[in-house]
Design a protein around this ligand. Structure first.
Ligand code: ZN
Ligand code: ZN
Length: 181
C-alpha cells in the first residue's frame, strides 16, 4: 500500500473510532459502566471537565503498542507506520479540537459548525451528533441532526458564548444558541 493512502486510512480509522467510542462506550446503557463512560459522563454533567492528560496519553500509548505489530504485518513496515501515524495524530487533532470547542469561539465556518454540532449533542439530545471532528459517521449511521437552536443552561455556558457586557449570548452566535435556566 502507498504511504499517503495508509496515512489517510489511519485518519479515517480515527474518525470511525471517535464515533464508536463516543456513541457506544460513552452513551450505550448496555456498555456502561466502563472507564471511558465514567470520564465522559463527568464531561457531560460538569460541562468543563476533561479527563486527565495522563489517562489519554496512556490510552494512546497502549493503542499504539497493540496496533504496531498487526498494522506493520498487514500493510508492510512503511505503510503500517504511516497508518498508525495518521490514526494517532488525528486522535491528537480530535483532542485539541474538542477542548477548543469548549474553550474558544470558532474562527471559520468549520469551527462554527463543529460547535453547533457538538453542543447540540451536549445540550439538545445526546443520542445524536456523536462525531466531533466530522459529521461523516453520524450521516452513515443516521445519528446526524442538523442544528436549529441549542439551549445552553446558564451554569454550563461556554466562556466564548456569553457577552460579558450584557450577560446574553453574543450577537454573532444568537442565530444558533440561546441561554436557558
Ligand atoms: Zn464536549
Ligand atoms: Zn457525549
Amino acid at each position: 500500500m502507498m504511504i499517503p493512502l495508509a496515512l489517510i486510512l489511519g485518519v479515517l480509522t480515527w474518525t470511525l473510532l471517535e464515533y464508536f467510542i463516543h456513541r457506544f462506550l460513552g452513551h450505550h446503557p448496555k456498555l456502561r459502566p466502563n472507564p471511558f463512560a465514567a470520564e465522559h459522563i463527568r464531561h457531560h454533567s460538569e460541562g468543563d471537565y476533561f479527563a486527565p492528560t495522563w489517562k489519554k496519553l496512556l490510552a494512546a500509548f497502549a493503542a499504539t503498542a497493540l496496533l504496531a505489530y498487526p498494522a506493520t504485518w498487514l500493510l508492510g513496515a512503511g505503510p503500517g507506520l504511516a497508518y498508525l501515524a495518521g490514526l494517532m495524530s488525528f486522535y491528537g487533532v480530535y483532542e485539541l479540537l474538542h477542548r477548543r470547542e469548549h474553550t474558544h469561539a470558532g474562527v471559520n465556518a468549520y469551527g462554527r459548525w463543529a460547535r453547533r454540532h457538538h453542543f447540540a449533542h451536549h445540550y439538545s439530545d445526546a443520542r445524536f451528533n456523536h462525531g466531533v471532528t466530522t459529521p461523516l459517521w453520524d450521516l452513515v449511521f443516521r445519528t446526524y441532526r442538523p442544528v436549529q437552536t441549542v439551549r445552553v443552561p446558564q451554569k454550563f455556558v461556554m466562556p466564548w458564548l456569553k457577552d460579558p457586557q450584557t450577560g446574553e449570548v453574543r450577537a454573532d452566535y444568537a442565530d444558533f444558541f440561546l441561554l436557558s435556566k
